[in-house]
Design a protein around this ligand. Sequence first.
Ligand code: 0WD
Length: 254
Amino acid sequence: MSLVAGKNIVVMGVANDRSIAWAIAQSLAAQGARLVFTYENERVEERVRKLAGTIEGASILPCNVTDDADIDRLAENLREQFGVLHGIVHSIAFARTEELEGMFVNTSRDGFALAHDISAYSLVAVAQKLYPLMTEGGSVMTMTYLGAERALKNYNVMGVAKAALEASVRYLANDLGQFNIRVNAISAGPIRTLAAKGIKDFNSILKTVEEKAPLRRTTEAAEVGDTALFLMSNLSRGITGEVIYVDSGYHIIG
Ligand code: 0WD
């Protein structure tokens, strides 16, 4: 059984082969999805093109999520290429490194706005422009982290942006449910990626998870990929507005 055969899915947020979005793409491709990858700018274009080239039938399109015109063009391109869209994988976040250390109280106005624009509003913007293409129903998913609900060291403004993202998931789910479009988030345990490089003391975070999480190991990107596959497939058809933890159970411990 191919879980997502015949589904057209756009994957946003591949920066390199360690990106969570890339692991998600692997899971989706293995189960028959037709994928389009978006890339932020020319800096990553070649890398994304190369990676996409390893997946049969996959293609790439530009989209910087801070630019409404870019998202409009993406919608236009997807309409031409696919006609119907079934899935959106949003795996994008950004905050200035200097705002990911020290005290949250020192967050600047523009640093706060930037983190929220790229990490939370972008989901709303993308859903807004792409949901009209989901004429057969659809599934939208994004990536979040425990720092949305707990004050974690060195996560700061990103935690506040993730809280906004999780709330946006619920409001989007409520709006789009009438079109049979589901919206969910995966809250992943820490995974060593490019984005994780911006988090200070990331190694000690990994070590704590290994010692204390119920499963006594850190999260693998492929585990997130397989849960994303579930969310993109009909197996999850009754689930929307939800945050699913793929974190070795770490969030349940005190
Ligand atoms: O431990 C982790 N790595 C966790 C990550 C735990 C829990 C959640 N997450 C989340 C992140 O916050 C993010 O939302 O998962 C998502 C994916 O992150 P990742 O795979 O860890 O990181 P990375 O490989 O860096 O992908 C994020 C990408 C960007 O990469 P860079 O490093 O070049 O900023 O988001 C994309 C970009 O490709 N991105 C944008 N895409 C379009 N327009 C933009 C933008 N303006 N800004 C960043």
